[in-house]
Design a protein around this ligand. Structure first.
Ligand code: OZS
Ligand code: MG
Length: 215
């Protein structure tokens, strides 16, 4: 049977990127998705905004919801100092297997903990299992209807504390209306919208950055 899109993305990385060079992995995926086959990576334009937020927060522990092929995992991990790490959650085992190889090709496996499973199953165990006190940065890029329930679950589990930054992809396209309404109207968050474009297209999309202010 035909290869999957993630498998074709991995092939593009193995053909065009240099082992141990995260930027070449990012460039290879962006080139493939812009010129060969669109895929739901955060992309280069929104990716630059992601980079600037990571650099501003200088996080020690990052949670990424939605690994897919590992493109944003590599973007985040390449900016982390020694001792910092990103825990990335992926539900689909086939996507996870591809992402592991992309992350390995970039040479960043020591900064990444890829966890397979559902957010509802894993978030309650994060403290105990990974020794996480609270996340400094959470990048939401998984199923759009899960952004709000998972944010509330992270709050309930004490994984979001004063100063934690939530950065959400696709708040316009495909859109996350209930999440947006929540973080923009809650007195516990200070939110701002970074206007951009849907990856590899001219359609509008953007990232919403929300800083938790404490209770
Ligand atoms: O649907 C989109 N993204 C959904 C992304 C979903 C990805 O998140 C994983 N996941 C599910 N639960 C978890 C966790 F973490 F909870 F366990 C992780 C899924 O298996 C999938 O790999 C999307 C769509 C468009 N678009 O233009 O249609 C553009 C985009 O940038 C997008 O992100
Ligand atoms: Mg996305």
């Amino acid at each position: 049977t035909r290869t999957s899109r993630p498998q074709r993305i991995l092939k593009a990385v193995q053909r065009k990127a240099t082992v141990g060079d995260p930027q070449s992995v990012i460039t290879a995926i962006d080139h493939f998705c812009r010129h060969r086959e669109w895929a739901m990576n955060v992309g280069d334009e929104k990716g630059s905004i992601l980079d600037s937020v990571v650099n501003e927060v200088s996080p020690v522990t990052v949670l990424e919801l939605g690994t897919y092929c590992g493109y944003s995992t590599v973007r985040i991990a390449r900016l982390l100092p020694p001792g910092a790490c990103v825990i990335t959650l992926e539900f689909n085992p086939d996507y996870a297997a591809i992402a592991r190889q992309v992350i390995k090709w970039s040479g960043l496996e020591d900064k990444v903990q890829l966890v397979e499973g559902a957010s509802g199953d894993w978030i309650p165990w994060m403290k105990e299992h990974f020794g996480v006190q609270a996340f400094d940065l959470v990048f939401l890029d998984h199923w759009k209807e899960r952004y709000l329930p998972d944010t509330k679950l992270l709050e309930e589990c004490g994984l979001i504390q004063k100063g934690t930054v939530l950065l959400a992809d696709n708040v316009i396209c495909p859109g996350t209306p209930d999440y947006l309404e929540y973080v923009r109207n809650s007195p516990h968050y200070n939110s701002q919208y970074y206007r951009s474009h849907l990856e590899y297209t001219k359609a509008e999309d953007g990232l919403e950055k929300s800083v938790f202010l404490g209770y």
